[in-house]
Design a protein around this ligand. Structure first.
Ligand SMILES: Nc1ncnc2c1ncn2[C@@H]1O[C@H](COP(=O)(O)OP(=O)(O)O)[C@@H](O)[C@H]1O
Ligand SMILES: [Mg+2]
Length: 698
């Protein structure tokens, strides 16, 4: 595509719309589309403001898995990537999941090449992995299909013979042909049945393997990415898309071979009469073109529908999850209003897709009927000129009826192929490192058992990295501290000062932008997943419990735990009495997220679960905030007395809970402004003193 624009604001915005269309066509994520558009817009606006030209030309093409976009600014020789614009592009390259290559090639031309990660060849390669183990049933199914194809070519011949024998009054011939027609039909149907059975079997196996693989990949995705994409993205892709994909994978083979059927019929017509063959062939080609065009339009719409659906799924999940709050806040109406907007958008797109589809269908049918009429006229003249005999005319007519479905089959085939490609892209995106980056671990284990020494060295971190203009809000700023083995440490500070974020760093749920984290003086990026995740246990602010029995929740973290171990952990967390009072005791099912428990019970059960895991370091993030003072003290004492070599780090919601800590860190604005024991801090840190005073007075 090549287009010319004037270098003014109106045309630039027109260009940006075109660009967005292209990027969408090339399958760039929304996020990348935005970053990319902003960067190019910046460049064009700079040229506009500094009167570097009056017009620009935009060209885009696809070449060998690359999207190549070039922008030529007409005017005096000038490199648009110089000055502030160059910096913007540098930032863009840093932040895009697939960084583009860009280059100034003289004559005011800037060229971008962006690698496409999802080509059709890739799709096929990805799916072949799943089809390969199914080779045997696949071959059987294909053989049955060939057999069915052979029978379906015979059918028109025998049916026209049937008519001929009736005309002749040949009773014997009629009976024999009748039996043959019957046999051809019956064998055909049975072949179809067995073929479908095989395909079903294949589809089931493919689906099992694929869903298992994807789930394994999905749980590895980095936490910030999961948070950003929303749950709907994953639910849709792992359920609906995989089913569609398995169905369409089989559909492609199935419908593809129906297409071959049509070719068989065409060959039969060629054999009977070449002139009529040419007519029939041309008719089919015309119909195929119509179908192909229809399909292209549908593909674009289909992608949009599914993208909006992701959002819809997330929202429905949220409403049901937060149903209590929705009721109590009496915000059903406004919540539904928001969702309705998304639903309406989805449905409008879907209806448009259907409407367009139907319009093409009626066009195709009209064309087809006209072409059929043409064939009748040709057959009529052929009969009149005695080029063919009536029974042959009948066979050809029957074949044509058989073929009349083939454009439709071709359409179906394309529809299936489209569904396959769209599903494939969405599914394998999950495996894609660019789109859904996974957690990465090293391959080093501790030389000696982990002693519980934790250190943060100059750690800087921001949650949001989207902002091109670098307005990242740093949550942690050059933070450094050391926690020694066996130490009972605590972090205190105002809400939102970054305490939980410190735990996110220590536990490696998020990675620092700068600086490093050391366990026993080893950079945690070098550690294996097992070394890292088994070194410490985090009991978070709002722990998640699963919709299973209490016992199963405990067994999740330690599969071989005995009943005694489970009960012991629960006793230490002061939850055993509560559990014993439940009708089903440890077999009580606790609901989604532990819905059937009280807030305090949930916290204590999470602590018990953490204790059962048994790690060298335990991190408690306001983990006892919902407990009364007496219970909270008991739980804390139990934790402190577990093992004096165990490192315990607490984030305190009440200062009174940490006055006995060996070391207290006072956090403010992402920095540690003071550290020491309670006494020391009272002496040297006025803000700590004030906080303590306000609490004791209260
Ligand atoms: N997952 C997240 N994504 C984006 N921002 C976050 C996220 N979690 C926390 N923040 C922001 O980081 C800052 C520090 O949060 P946090 O560490 O949770 O504070 P607290 O000290 O209360 O535990 C807050 O301003 C919060 O809004
Ligand atoms: Mg917090």
């Amino acid at each position: 595509m090549k287009k010319k624009y004037f270098l003014n604001e109106k045309d630039i915005s027109k260009f940006l719309t075109d660009l967005k269309g292209d990027l969408e066509r090339f399958n760039f994520t929304n996020e990348n589309q935005v970053i990319y558009s902003i960067a190019i817009e910046e460049m064009l606006l700079f040229c506009h403001e500094n009167k570097k030209g009056s017009e620009f030309t935009y060209k885009s093409k696809l070449k060998g898995g690359l999207a190549i976009l070039s922008i030529k600014i007409n005017g005096t020789e000038y490199n648009p990537l110089t000055g502030g614009v160059g910096d913007v592009f540098e930032k863009m390259t840093e932040k895009m999941t697939i960084p583009p290559k860009y280059d100034y090639s003289g004559e005011n031309i800037v060229t971008f090449s962006l690698r496409l990660h999802n080509t059709f060849a890739n799709s096929l390669k990805n799916s072949w992995v799943y089809l390969k183990p199914q080779k045997k049933p696949l071959i059987k199914a294909l053989l049955l299909q060939v057999w069915g194809f052979f029978l379906s070519t015979l059918a028109p011949i025998y049916s026209s013979r049937l008519v001929a024998t009736m005309n002749r009054g040949d009773t014997f011939g009629l009976v024999v042909t009748g039996i043959l027609v019957f046999l051809v039909d019956v064998f055909g149907s049975w072949a179809t049945y067995f073929m479908k059975r095989h395909y079903n079997f294949i589809s089931q196996n493919v689906l099992n393997q694929m869903e298992k693989d994807l789930l394994e990949e999905a749980v590895l995705i980095k936490t910030p990415v999961i948070e950003k994409k929303g749950t709907g993205t994953f639910i849709q892709r792992l359920t609906t898309d995989t089913t569609l994909m398995a169905d369409s994978l089989i559909g492609i083979v199935d419908k593809g071979s129906l297409l071959i059927n049509s070719m068989g019929i065409l060959i039969a017509v060629l054999y009977i009469n070449p002139v009529i063959f040419i007519y029939v062939l041309i008719s089919q080609i015309i119909l195929f073109f119509v179908e192909n065009y229809r399909n292209k339009v549908s593909t674009r719409k289909d992608k949009n529908v599914r993208r909006v659906n992701d959002k819809f799924f997330s929202m429905v999940g949220e409403v049901m999850h937060g149903s209590k709050d929705v009721k109590l806040l009496n915000c059903e109406e406004s919540m539904i209003k928001r969702i309705i907007n998304v639903i309406t958008a989805t449905n409008i797109t879907r209806c448009e897709q259907n409407e367009k589809n139907d319009r093409f269908l009626i066009i195709r049918r009209t064309v087809q009927h006209t072409l059929d009429l043409g064939l009748i006229i040709i057959l009529f003249y052929a009969l009149k000129l005695e080029a063919i005999v009536p029974s042959v005319a009948l066979i050809i007519y029957n074949y044509n009826i058989g073929l009349s479905g083939s454009a439709q089959r071709f359409g179906n085939f394309l529809d299936t192929l489209r569904s396959f490609i769209v599903s494939n892209e969405r599914i394998f995106d999950i495996k894609n490192e660019y789109e859904f980056p996974k957690e990465n671990f090293g391959n080093r284990d501790f030389d000696r058992p982990f002693s519980g020494n934790i250190e943060l060295k100059d750690v800087t971190f921001a949650y949001n990295h989207n902002d091109l203009l670098d307005r990242d809000v740093k949550v942690l700023k050059n933070m450094s501290f050391k926690i020694k083995p066996g130490q009972k440490a605590a972090f205190v500070g105002g809400s939102g000062c970054g305490k939980t974020t410190i735990f996110n760093m220590i536990s490696c749920l998020y990675n620092p932008d700068d600086g490093m984290i050391l366990y026993d003086n080893i950079d945690i990026r070098q550690l294996t997943r097992a070394s890292l995740r088994n070194s410490l246990v985090v009991i978070s602010q709002s722990p998640y419990l699963f919709n299973m029995s209490i016992k199963d929740n405990m067994l999740l973290v330690k599969g071989d735990a005995t009943d005694e171990e489970i009960i012991d952990a629960c006793k230490k967390a002061c939850i055993d009495d509560d559990i014993s009072s439940f009708e089903h005791g440890y077999d009580t099912i606790i609901g989604e997220g532990g819905l059937n428990l009280s807030g305090g019970q949930r916290q204590r059960l999470a602590i018990a679960r953490g204790l059962l895991k048994g790690c060298k370091v335990i991190l408690l993030d306001e983990a006892t905030s919902a407990l009364d003072n007496v219970t909270q003290k008991k739980v804390q004492e139990a934790i402190y007395s577990l093992d004096e070599n165990m490192t315990v780090v607490m984030i305190a919601h009440r200062l009174s809970t940490v006055v006995n800590a060996d070391k207290i860190f006072f956090v403010k604005d992402g920095k540690i402004i003071s550290e020491g024991t309670h006494k020391e801090l009272l002496d040297k840190c006025s803000e700590y003193r004030e906080l303590y005073k306000s609490e004791t007075e209260a």
